[in-house]
Design a protein around this ligand. Sequence first.
Ligand code: PBG
Length: 327
Amino acid sequence: MPDYPVSRLRRLRKSEALRSLVRENTVDAGDFIFPLFVVEGKGVKKEIDTMPGIYHFSVDKLGKETADLLRLRIPAVLLFGVVNAKDEWGSGAYHARGVVQQAIRAIKKAAPGLLVITDVCLCEYTSHGHCGVIENGDVDNDKTLPLLSKMALSHAEAGADMVAPSDMMDGRVKAIREALDGNGFNSIPIMAYAAKYASAFYGPFREAAGSAPQFGNRKSYQMDPPNVREALREIEQDIREGADIVMVKPALSYLDVIRRARETFNHPLAAYNVSGEYAMVKAAASRGWIDEKRIVLEILTSIKRAGADIIITYHAKEAATWLAEQG
Ligand code: PBG
């Protein structure tokens, strides 16, 4: 490469046309998965306090919302259930008439082209708010696996297109794969929350989903934030167990983990731009401290640049609208 003044890197930045030609990464509505919170009851569309612009929907209100998503060319939703009655085993999670199971059927009817992905985890359904069965004060890994398998299977039976285990139990991808394959669902993919950290960035979500642990924390199953080699082991293990798509979560403080995962594995890679990351942007934007549109598109592009193929983000609808306006 010649030195300055022969080389002038500014030459290719002179116009939008030039910048467009040499642009290395782009973000597109087709990259997005939009999380949806489904609640019990009828006629509910209620904004979530900790996540401005994001709503709780009852099943009957999902038709319009999902049709909007299709119009914006967002290909997929990720469903979370929020329930009132909870027990120690999270039985609401694998009930055939549970809120997510009903939501799947409703969305498949209202917006058949939309991919319905379901979060598979017990924390929104357990009275103690942990992601599995409690034994001697901690989540028991192996007792939790059959419940997660039942939950994933009930989603597939209701018509889900893909299941996404987020519990961080060891061996859950294998258990879920076996349950699906044993019941005629061998073509339903698994998107594994493979490298999911014990992060403070989930705070607003736990308010939204009513899933905060009632004692202790999730550090005995979710990953310790300082670790990156361990993330690669988690991802490798999930791939060996049959994960079709692997995920790093959260995204922004973990862009290095996304990059390492991209360079190490060839599986499709998702990144979850989580609730705390969203809430911080919304809070600053509401005060006029940042240019929301530019910040959001910059954030989403950075997640792509780090190596993610897929972005799960609460910004999906607004970002898709802005991207469509830009053409
Ligand atoms: C369920 C789950 C959580 C999130 C996704 N699935 C919460 C948690 O692990 O505490 C967080 C999503 C977000 O913060 O946007 N286990």
